[in-house]
Structure formats: structure tokens, C-alpha cells
Design a protein around this ligand. Structure first.
Ligand SMILES: *Cc1c(COP(=O)(O)O)cnc(C)c1O
Length: 372
């Protein structure tokens, strides 16, 4: 491929020297878990999204599991409670909800943004609904401050899946008077999977919150449920982040403003240069950090073949939404036609490791595409 969907080596190259040094330092320190790197990373993550507490954990899915399990243990949620969640999301958003015995109430996206439709969510928020999970999909903040405030006044706990949107900014402040994702709602889950905007050399994640009690429960649960050494108040997990991953992530996190700026510039270049009536461009949302640049086409297979024949890598996020997955057969039984239509038509174009010049070339190729 002349233009790979993502060239992770190219993404990593600018950090090679600093990362190498950080890795050697950790190796030489003889301290590999719950040490200075993790602690400092947590503080730096807090600063980056204005959150009060951050807990570095094993991955993004575990971050969400820890949030929901903590809310159950603290008595803020109970099994059977309904949780509003977007129908159009990655399955990792929904897995922790059902695992904890909570009942997902899936809501269709706004077709323009592909993100949760908050007005529909508010309409669906019956008294049985105790939490709402907003997913800032593709890096675009998914937030409606007015609805969030009304729901929160009714005691509905708002959680963010911030896996794709570190550094994103909503137009209006969240519950914590902050416009940065990761501190809009009550708690947020981050993923540092290698291809996320800030990526580790393996799995890593984090939980942020301004709720001191919740932060303590998450930290305890992630360490066997142990509040002090060999004293276990919960039947916990082992969901810790390695010092090595924390050291790698600190190098990248320091570059977050530039990472977001490059992705914004790349998205703007696409929206400027793409001009083919068969290819629907995404809306430019000012606060987005463009984890994916997602266009929509009618005959996706033929479009992707054309891209591949012309050296352009692409991907699909996601071809099968949670309610269509075999593991949720008979469980997520609703009809979600907007989500289904998106699943059939979305295509992600290269954005992470391409230059604006390359994007202009990619656009020239796409502009010459004739739909079958
Ligand atoms: C990546 C991702 C997750 C899961 O994160 P992992 O670190 O891979 O466990 C959850 N939600 C969304 C929206 C994601 O993109």
C-alpha cells in the first residue's frame, strides 16, 4: 500500500529516542508496577483533561468495567438498573454494562454526527434509567450540556467512553464545569491501545473522575480489592498499568496538543480536497480530535476495492454493531435502522500517519472514483 491505513512505525518515529531512554530507565530502576512512572502519568493525565483523579489501568475495557463495578459496590447502581448507551459504538462500550448485570438501553445516533442523539436519550430516560454512557466516537465530543444537567439533576450518572477522544473539547461545559472530554461527566474511561491517539506498546487504559470516593474504589478494585496491603475489602481484579507503559505514554501525552492539531489539520485537508458526490464527508466538529476520518458510500465493497487497487488502505468502524453480534442475540433485541445503515456504509480513511500532501493525493484518487 502506498498510503497504508495506519503506519504505526511512522506514528512512533518522532518519539523513538525519548521512548528508548524511558524504557531503559524503567528497566534499570528495578520497579515495574505501581511506581513513580504510573504516579506521574496519572498526574499528567489529570492535567491534560482537568480531572481531579486519574487511575492508570490495564486497558480501556477494564477502565469501563472498573467504573461500573465500583458504582455497584458503592450502591450508586444496582443490578437490573437501565443504562442508556449508544447503539452505534464499538462493542467494548456495551460489554461492561451487561457483564455487571445492568441493562443497556440503546439509543440511535444523530445521522449527521453518527454519535448518540441526546434528545432521543432524554425522551427514553424513564425512572428505571440510572446511568448514561456517552461515547465520543471517532474523536468527536458527544455532549449536550443542557440535557446532561437535567439528567444529572434526576440522579442519572453520566459516564464517558473517552477511548477515542483524548484531548477533545465540547462546545459547552460538562457537569464538572469543564469542556474537555474525560471531565465532562461523572467518570471517564480512556484507552491507550497502540492505534489510539495516544498509544502504548501494548494494552493500557485509565479512569478519570472528580469523585474521590469513586477514584478510591476504582484504584482498590484494580489491585485485587485491596485497600491496604493483604487486606481485601472487595473481590477485586488485577487491572494495573505497567511502569513501562506509563513511561511510554508520558512521552506521547506531552505531545498531545500536536497530535490533536495534526489530526485536525488532516481532517480539514480531506474536507477541503474531497469532492465526489458519491462520497459523503463527515461534518467538521471543531472540538474533535479525529481518531477516525469516516466517510459514507453506498457500495462500500466496490469503493474499498477501488481504494486498495490505487494503493489506499482503509478500514471499517464498525461493520457489525453490538446489537447484531452473536453474543447479544436474544439480548439486544431492538431495531436500530440508523445504526444499521451506518454500519453498511462507513469507511475510515488514513488519517493517523499521513501528511496533508498525501491526503491531497488520496483525495485526487477518490475524486476520480465512479460509483457502480
Ligand atoms: C478501543 C475502545 C475501547 C476499548 O479499549 P481497549 O483498550 O482496547 O480495551 C472501548 N471503547 C471504545 C469506543 C474504543 O474505541
Amino acid at each position: 500500500m502506498r498510503y497504508p491505513f495506519i503506519d504505526i512505525k511512522r506514528v512512533n518515529a518522532p518519539y523513538a529516542e525519548a521512548t528508548g531512554k524511558a524504557l531503559l530507565d524503567v528497566a534499570a530502576s528495578g520497579w515495574y508496577l505501581r511506581g513513580a512512572q504510573t504516579e506521574t502519568f496519572e498526574r499528567e493525565l489529570c492535567e491534560s483533561c482537568s480531572a481531579k483523579h486519574a487511575v492508570a489501568v490495564s486497558n480501556g475495557l477494564d477502565a469501563l468495567r472498573l467504573i461500573f463495578r465500583s458504582l455497584l459496590l458503592l450502591g450508586r447502581l444496582k443490578p437490573g438498573d437501565k443504562v442508556i448507551a449508544p447503539a452505534n459504538t464499538y462493542i467494548a462500550s456495551i460489554l461492561p454494562v451487561t457483564e455487571m448485570g445492568l441493562v443497556p438501553l440503546l439509543i440511535e445516533p444523530n445521522p449527521d454526527t453518527m454519535n448518540l442523539n441526546w434528545r432521543l436519550a432524554e425522551t427514553a430516560a424513564s425512572d428505571e434509567v440510572k446511568a448514561l454512557l456517552t461515547v465520543h466516537l471517532y474523536g468527536a465530543p458527544c455532549w449536550d450540556a443542557a440535557v446532561a444537567r437535567r439528567l444529572s439533576e434526576r440522579g442519572i450518572i453520566i459516564i464517558e467512553d473517552n477511548a477515542q477522544s483524548i484531548g477533545a473539547q465540547a462546545a459547552e461545559p460538562g457537569l464538572n464545569d469543564c469542556t474537555l472530554t474525560g471531565n465532562l461527566g461523572h467518570a471517564a474511561a480512556f484507552s491507550f491501545y497502540p492505534t489510539k491517539n495516544v498509544g502504548a506498546f501494548g494494552d493500557a487504559g485509565a479512569v478519570t473522575t472528580s469523585d474521590t470516593t469513586l477514584a478510591k474504589a476504582v484504584r482498590t478494585l484494580a489491585n485485587y480489592g485491596s485497600d491496604t496491603r493483604y487486606h481485601n475489602i472487595y473481590q477485586g481484579y488485577n487491572c494495573r498499568m505497567d511502569e513501562l507503559q506509563a513511561a511510554i505514554l508520558r512521552v506521547r501525552l506531552a505531545d498531545l496538543p500536536q497530535i490533536s492539531a495534526r489530526r485536525r489539520r488532516n481532517a480539514a485537508t480531506y474536507n477541503e480536497c474531497l469532492n465526489n458526490a458519491s462520497v459523503l464527508k463527515p461534518q467538521i466538529q471543531p472540538g474533535s480530535v479525529w481518531h477516525q476520518y469516516v466517510v459514507r458510500v453506498k457500495n462500500r465493497d466496490s469503493f474499498r476495492h477501488y481504494l486498495a487497487d490505487n494503493g489506499i488502505g482503509s478500514d471499517v468502524h464498525y461493520a457489525t454493531p453490538p446489537h447484531r453480534q452473536p453474543c447479544y442475540c436474544g439480548i439486544l433485541t431492538g431495531e436500530y435502522p440508523i445504526t444499521d445503515t451506518l454500519a453498511d456504509s462507513v469507511v475510515s480513511l488514513p488519517i493517523a500517519s499521513v501528511t496533508p500532501e498525501e491526503i491531497a493525493e488520496i483525495c485526487a484518487i477518490i475524486n476520480a472514483y465512479v460509483a457502480e
